[in-house]
Design a protein. Structure first.
Lengths: 212, 212
């Protein structure tokens, strides 16, 4: 997998080579003539992510890991609790915390992991900001990832990241925004729209959370 | 109890006469020379309130009743679930819904009730807006009273008023705002500040909710 080092999202900034026979010509230009990383493809069973935070005082807090499902390279659903064993969740928390501390980071970060067949985790990507896979925190935690970020950078105590409910977040991509009337009438559902005027294919128009 | 008909809040706009010997002179002027209501004092055991909504289409929805405790005539705490039997809660819901329908009301309303010793309810006051005793909905329901109001007046379906957690809301009045650092560090607590520059006695500076 040939990837840009920065600013990749929604499957953009990647080029996959399945074998040595695949023709690499044009890849550098197609990816924008920027520095690239060539990685072996990871045979993962699922993807999870952790929304973590580090405050000005060095305190850290992790929200629960979420199961992420992608469609066409774009995040489609994030669900908590994730279907991983406790040691896997704990390994992901440890890795997210280690990244925060190694970077001397202040604020909220999203860390995506591949979960391998043996339950171990491999960091796939980090997002130095609030993250789409953490939108469930707004519905299922006392303090959301957004308030957590403000607390972190403002030097306030980090909020309690515990989760009061099970929850599934689903993105509304392109024409899926037409589901809005049904979603507004559905029990346990909270909808967020991003105010984008036009629904184009692959465009994130909003998301909804459903308490489970 | 001599009360103004409108715009009373936080114990303002009231004058209590315990007996016929109490001197009523000056009461009319003290209450602002506006139309007044003279009511018998109700021997209530507790106060509850219902945040209800009616949409443009006539649909209605009630959040769960909350137990309200006042201090110095000002709301201090609202707690859900309220400590009332199911028939009392149901009577309050029915009364709130009847008020919405009789007024042809659209939007969110707060209805306060006295609960008598026999479990019956008497409407004390209505607030034709979102209400302080409904701030818990933001922490403990999928759709808050604020979103519910927007849905109602915008002609969207009313949101599911069900409650995912038990919750206590407490107002921060005057100097109590000094508790802010402790509240920010407490688990299960969400704090709202109103951005008022000066903490005066009896002034509502903010509130916090605690999931129970």
């Amino acid at each position: 997998m040939l990837k840009t080092r920065r600013l990749g999202y929604d499957g953009k900034g990647q080029r996959l080579f399945r074998s040595a026979a695949d023709d690499p010509s044009g890849a550098f230009a197609a990816l924008g003539n920027v520095p690239l990383i060539l990685e072996s493809l990871v045979p993962f069973e699922r993807e999870i992510s952790i929304i973590a935070a580090r405050g000005l005082d060095g305190a850290t807090a992790c929200f629960d890991p979420a199961d992420n499902v992608h469609r066409n390279g774009i995040l489609y659903t994030s669900t908590v609790p994730a279907s991983v064993a406790a040691p896997t969740a704990e390994a992901a928390r440890r890795a997210a915390t280690a990244i925060l501390e190694a970077l001397g980071y202040v604020g909220v970060i999203g860390v995506e992991f591949f979960v391998l067949a043996d339950g171990s985790v491999v960091v796939n990507e980090i997002a130095p900001r609030v993250h789409n896979s953490g939108h469930w925190t707004e519905a299922a935690c006392v303090v959301s990832q957004f308030e957590q970020h403000v607390r972190a950078i403002a030097g306030l105590p980090l909020g309690d990241p515990s989760r009061h409910s099970d929850c599934a977040m689903q993105n509304l991509i392109g024409d899926e925004i037409a589901e809005l009337p049904n979603l507004l009438a559905a029990p346990n559902v909270l909808v967020h729209l991003y105010g984008k005027a036009e629904a184009r294919p692959g465009r994130k128009m909003g998301h909804f959370t459903r308490l489970l």
